[in-house]
Design a protein around this ligand. Structure first.
Ligand code: NDP
Ligand code: MG
Length: 381
């Protein structure tokens, strides 16, 4: 039985993780979990999964739930995320919290030698060098949950990493893949949230529409697999059936295919090296799909992917600036405060005016993250 600490239990990945735990009660149990502000859903989860420790974003919510569930431990805020991530009865951390707020809890769990199943890509983007070096030092496995990185991983098992020549990430193209740059000017939040293939949280759905999600994933791939940015390609693949590919130096290309269902990579991260059955899941029917399409990305129509390659190649605090500017700008777009293409403008401006420093420590990263958010917020006022 694997005991799991789950960060972000009320979110899209969190809920699908709970589905997997429910599908395999003999394999997995949730010992501790964190949520944000969704109290009703939290109560349902507590009743269904009986965790021993629960963290809420706000102290008053933790105090209120403590009265209702006196047998359970409650904690809150940033420290709450760390308490859940390092909960002693858990051997796994599944980090599905949203944004770079997941960084410190990931590092804390690594130091407790937990296996880290990571969906929280912002953590790997902002502080990938720290996460990977600490993981190596403490012997904590980093298990990707993101479907592309899971596909790369599954296409590498048993291979010699030295024979890999290229990583190829597939991108659906997001909600606006058929729109011209001109048409992007006045798109609405509702249109942006309408993803053609995947059902996901709001922030990542917007990131998919700007292609920043693919940019974050290029960085995530460089960090996880120690690859040069010159050897990471992105290809538009509308059907989201091939989840990513690895090219080897003998020209062979290995790929992982499946229906667009995040529960499969979530389960693989938790069950590895085993594969567990998913009897009720939709299976891939290639004849029904008929054809798979591929084309190159237009870097002029969607500028965020270019920003990510640029920041990734530079390394250092510029990665934190890009990520924090994106998180803040996307939140502003979702709030109706800025237009879709202004997300790019905000990131561009923040990156241009940043004085980069290489190999930042945790303190520096947290400082730059906070400063960037403040500057963007005052810029948008
Ligand atoms: P959601 O927005 O659906 O869920 C986010 C979760 O984090 C919720 O539980 C939310 O709580 C909680 N949360 C948000 N902000 C805070 C905070 N400041 N403090 C504590 N908890 C907080 O996001 P997703 O599930 O879509 O994404 C989660 C992560 O996984 C992201 O990093 C994303 O990029 C990544 N990912 C997601 C995929 C997907 O298919 N959704 C695919 C691959 C990666 P509450 O709702 O209770 O307020
Ligand atoms: Mg992905």
């Amino acid at each position: 039985m694997k005991s799991i600490s789950l960060l972000g239990a009320t979110g899209s990945i969190g809920q699908q993780t709970l589905d997997i735990v429910k599908e395999h009660p003999e394999e997995f149990q949730i010992t501790a979990l964190s949520v944000g502000k969704n109290i009703e859903k939290t109560k349902e989860i507590i009743r269904a999964f009986q965790p021993k420790l629960v963290s809420l974003q706000l102290e008053q919510d933790a105090l209120a739930l403590q009265k209702e569930f006196p047998q359970i431990g409650f904690t809150f805020g940033k420290q709450g995320l760390i308490d859940v991530a390092t909960y002693e009865d858990s051997s796994y951390l599944l980090n599905a919290v949203l944004g770079s707020v997941g960084l410190e809890s990931t590092l804390a769990a690594i130091r407790q030698k937990k296996a880290i199943a990571i969906a929280n890509k912002e953590t790997l983007v902002t502080a990938g060098h720290l996460v990977m070096s600490e993981a190596k030092k403490y012997g904590a496995p980093i298990l990707p949950v993101d479907s592309e990185h899971s596909a790369l991983w599954q296409s590498m098992v048993g291979e010699n990493p030295k024979s890999i020549s290229k990583l190829i990430l597939t991108a659906s193209g997001g909600s606006f893949r058929d729109q011209s740059r001109e048409e992007l000017k006045n798109v609405t939040v509702k249109e942006a949230l309408n993803h053609p293939n995947w059902s996901m949280g709001a922030k990542i759905t917007i990131d998919s529409a700007t292609l920043m999600n693919k940019g974050l994933e290029v960085i995530e791939a460089a960090v996880l697999y120690d690859m040069s940015y010159d050897d990471i390609d992105v290809v538009i693949h509308r059907e989201s059936i091939i989840h990513s590919l690895v090219e080897y130096h003998d020209t062979s290309v290995m790929a992982q295919l499946g229906t667009p269902d995040m529960r499969t990579p979530i389960q693989y991260a938790l069950s590895y090296p085993e594969r567990l059955p998913r009897p009720n899941a939709q299976r891939l029917d290639l004849a029904k799909i008929g054809q798979l399409n591929f084309k190159n990305v237009d870097f002029d129509r969607f500028r965020c992917l270019g920003f990510a390659y640029e920041a990734g190649r530079m390394g250092g605090t510029i990665l934190t600036v890009m990520n924090a500017a994106n998180e803040t700008a996307v939140a502003a777009f979702l709030d109706g405060k800025i237009k879709f293409l202004e997300i790019e403008d905000v990131i561009d401006r923040m990156m241009q005016q940043h004085d980069n420093s290489l190999n930042p420590d945790l303190e520096t990263i947290l400082h730059v993250d906070e400063e960037t958010r403040k500057t963007v917020k005052s810029m948008l006022k």
